[in-house]
Ligand binder design. Structure first.
Ligand code: HEC
Ligand code: HEC
Length: 389
């Protein structure tokens, strides 16, 4: 059976890369951004809804297009599938082919209805059972217990949203140690902006190195620019809204919403770490292990949002952030790993960041950082739609 085969994660990522690199022309040409109608209540300016941007959406309607793509990530991660496992092979050359109905797409639609039914009937409609609950990265869920699992060593997942409480430390102690390890509050306060250059590679560059530029301004503005053969890809956050003008997205300009918007807010926050503590209304302290190293976890929560986990190593530095994006069919994680801390104007900055999420993995490596430079506000504003070079 060609469709049902279990794919490795590496396979999934390679497959995803093929898909996202298909030229935007086909989708963008047919359905460009749906303009928000003036004076009409509804989605914020520039937010495309799934059924407007895509052609054959029957179940996952009424959600922003970026959330819809995260739902696809949820499918892929839950079943251990790449995109082409469910979708037509034609997606490799034509993005419009995502709309082609296949037997597995019909099956997946049935599964959404089944899952919603289970949650409605048993959990008051809360999203307790998801695709992952049954599938666990397999297309055919196992229903017979695994003795090796029963008698094996249980390791806790450091990325879990449920953290093991650690009462030996307070959040303030961990923050104080972190800010100290970075160079101290005074030096941090004197770093108010920077521009950085480096390299970016991952699924959306087919593993090739592309030129990276990051511009950031305290307390909370940030933009990431990646120059690929296709053109200039820009992601901005102006402290309120966030946009992506990137060739691997399903539209030439997308407003980021929900957990994706929260994600860029967290990225901006970690660029000027003194503001992290105030960025959340509630903190919980825990500890866990990453790659055999004990780490302390601070989980920040704001009302009505998924939490964000911050992980600190023995030296007090931030080594990981895990955050979540809610979708109509379940919640997907994003993991940021920070390493290679170096000195910039007396402040330690991670020169390497690896981003891992359900649709792929990217590595950003900085080669130079210019502290305290004047940055035009327009660089953080809503960018122009992506244009193929
Ligand atoms: C488990 C099967 C499955 C996997 C894996 C999957 N999809 Fe889908 N996809 C669907 C279903 C089902 C729909 C239709 C949703 C609906 O009707 O609401 C869909 C619809 C789409 C659409 C909208 C097409 C249109 O124009 O109507 C796009 C784009 C898309 N998927 C992209 C992706 C990408 C990119 C990936 C890989 C990251 C992916 N999908 C992985 C099942 C899947
Ligand atoms: C309550 C458990 C459960 C949940 C929840 C669940 N599934 Fe399934 N799923 C199954 C079982 C059982 C099968 C049948 C596997 C087989 O035929 O061997 C299956 C089969 C499938 C198949 C066919 C796979 C193949 O290779 O033939 C797809 C696609 C699928 N599920 C997608 C999903 C998606 C997408 C979700 C979330 C919206 C989901 N499932 C949620 C239990 C579940």
């Amino acid at each position: 059976m060609t469709f049902g085969g279990r794919r490795t994660i590496a396979g999934a990522i390679v497959g995803t890369a093929i898909v996202f690199l298909v030229s935007l022309v086909s989708v963008a040409g047919v359905r460009a951004e749906a303009p928000a109608k003036a004076g009409q209540a509804g989605p914020a300016q520039g937010v495309q809804m799934s059924e407007t941007l895509f052609r054959n959406v029957q179940v996952l309607k009424g959600i922003p297009a970026d959330e819809f793509m995260d739902a696809m990530g949820m499918f892929a991660a839950s079943l251990g599938f790449d995109c082409v496992a469910c979708h037509s092979e034609d997606i490799k050359s034509d993005r419009a082919a995502f709309a082609i109905e296949t037997p597995l797409i019909r099956r997946a639609r049935q599964m959404i209805v089944m899952m919603n039914g289970i949650n409605e009937a048993n959990f008051g409609g809360r999203q307790m059972v998801t695709c992952f609950t049954c599938h666990h990265a397999q297309n055919a869920p196992e229903s017979i217990p695994d003795l090796a699992l029963q008698y094996g060593i249980v390791t806790d997942d450091p990325n879990s949203m449920r953290i093991a409480a650690d009462t030996r430390f307070t959040a303030d102690q961990i923050f104080d140690k972190y800010l100290q390890a970075l160079g101290g509050a005074q030096r941090l306060a004197s770093l108010t902006s920077y521009t950085a250059r480096g390299t970016y590679e991952g699924f959306n560059t087919s593993g090739n190195e592309a030129a990276l530029e990051i511009v950031a301004k305290a307390p909370n503005q940030r933009a990431e620019i990646v120059r690929t053969l296709e053109g200039t890809n820009v992601k901005t956050y102006d402290g309120g809204g966030a946009w992506a003008s990137e060739h691997w997205r399903p539209a030439p300009l997308m407003a980021l919403t929900g957990g994706n918007l929260e994600g860029v807010r967290v990225d901006a926050m970690t660029s000027f770490p003194a503001g992290i503590r105030q960025g959340f209304s509630r903190w919980q302290v825990g500890s866990t292990t990453i790659d055999d190293r004990r780490v302390q976890v601070l989980q920040g929560t704001n009302a009505g949002q998924t939490p964000v986990n911050f992980y600190f190593d023995a030296s007090g530095l931030l080594v990981r952030v895990v955050r979540w994006t809610k979708t109509l069919i379940g919640t997907v994680p994003t993991q940021m790993d920070y390493s290679d801390y170096r000195d910039v104007a007396g402040v330690k900055m991670p020169f390497k960041t690896v981003v891992t999420w359900t649709n792929g993995q990217n590595t950003m490596v900085l080669t130079g950082v210019q502290p305290n430079v004047a940055i035009d506000a327009a660089r953080f504003a809503r960018p122009a739609p992506f244009q193929n070079r």
